[in-house]
Design a protein around this ligand. Structure first.
Ligand code: PAF
Length: 301
């Protein structure tokens, strides 16, 4: 099985990429602690390109004070083992000093209003840090396609907006959430959960399911939000940050009269671990029931 070539510096990356045959290149950006969800991103990248680069970099710019930057799992050798046989050509795993040789960048990408909602409200500055590293990695790897997971829905939307608004020459490809058999969305942070916390965390996909069920029965946006929130009321050990039902292109709350595609998102702490999850919902015009039920969490995603 072919083990990817690991390059630890920007200089080595440039040299490696220059020496490779011309072809369509895809990038999958990660912070490591890889799991099956990342492998789905890699497979989607492989399907669209001749060459796949995976980046592994725990980006300090996107962590706020008191967040898990120091504790974030770093296990490069295990990650490279996981990528072996998956058709990854290059793993770019730089140090912080190599990525930001002048220290923290003075100039950053501003995520604008979109970056202040939902995740950005709880994690101020997070998306500026994400977009800054994403743009930097795009400039270093120069891919044709960049693959991101739909689990980080707001991140994916912001990357799409950055690419469109700043005319970055790359195609952004989103990949559906991968879930465990019990419905919990795969996340590197699941590794922090004790068995009890993990069991309690199932309230997140449960709330999404309750929301999609309410929508499938012709519920209004308020019904959908109430159904999702109701699940947390019965689960006092999980501390809710937000349940939101938003327009997928703006992440602004949908109004009470809204009908059409929406995104239902949840964020909550199980123990000290903050988890996020989301699902698409289709809101029917008042008084009608959608003909077909959209796939929900724990379903076939
Ligand atoms: O989604 C992530 O793992 C990170 O936010 C990303 C895109 C790798 C940027 O650090």
């Amino acid at each position: 099985m072919t083990r990817p070539l690991v390059v630890p510096t920007r200089a080595a990356l440039a040299e490696t990429l220059a020496g490779r045959p011309a072809g369509r290149r895809a990038v999958v950006m990660t912070m490591g602690a890889l799991h099956e969800g990342h492998l789905e991103l890699v497979r989607a990248a492989r399907a669209q390109a001749d060459e796949v680069v995976v980046t592994i970099f725990v980006n300090p710019l996107q962590f706020g004070p008191g967040e898990d930057l120091d504790a974030y799992p770093r296990r490069l050798e295990v990650d490279v083992d996981i990528l072996t046989g998956e058709g990854v050509d290059v793993v770019f795993a730089p140090s912080v000093e190599d990525m930001y040789p002048g220290g923290e960048p003075l100039v950053r990408v501003a995520s604008g209003r979109l970056g202040t909602l939902l995740e950005g409200r709880t994690r101020p500055g997070h998306f500026d840090g994400v977009l800054t590293v994403v743009l930097r990695l795009l400039n270093l790897v120069r891919p044709d396609v960049a693959v991101f997971g739909e689990k980080d829905a707001q991140q994916l939307l912001l990357v799409r907006r950055m690419v469109a608004d700043l005319a970055v020459p790359v195609v952004v490809h989103g990949v559906p959430i991968v879930r465990d058999t019990d419905g919990l969305a795969l996340s590197s942070r699941n590794a922090y959960l004790s068995a009890d916390e993990r069991r309690r965390a199932l309230v997140l996909p449960g709330a999404l399911r309750a929301g999609t069920d309410a929508a499938a029965q012709g519920g209004t946006p308020d019904d959908v939000r109430a159904a999702a929130l109701g699940k947390f009321a019965g689960s006092p050990d999980v501390v809710l940050d937000y349940v939101a039902l938003v327009d997928p292109s703006t992440v602004e709350d949908v109004p009470v009269t809204y009908a059409g595609p929406a995104l239902l998102l949840v964020a909550a702490w199980s123990g000290s671990t903050r988890l996020i999850d989301n699902t698409a919902v289709e809101l029917s015009p008042r008084g009608t029931v959608p003909a077909q039920r959209p796939p929900g969490p724990g379903g076939s995603q």
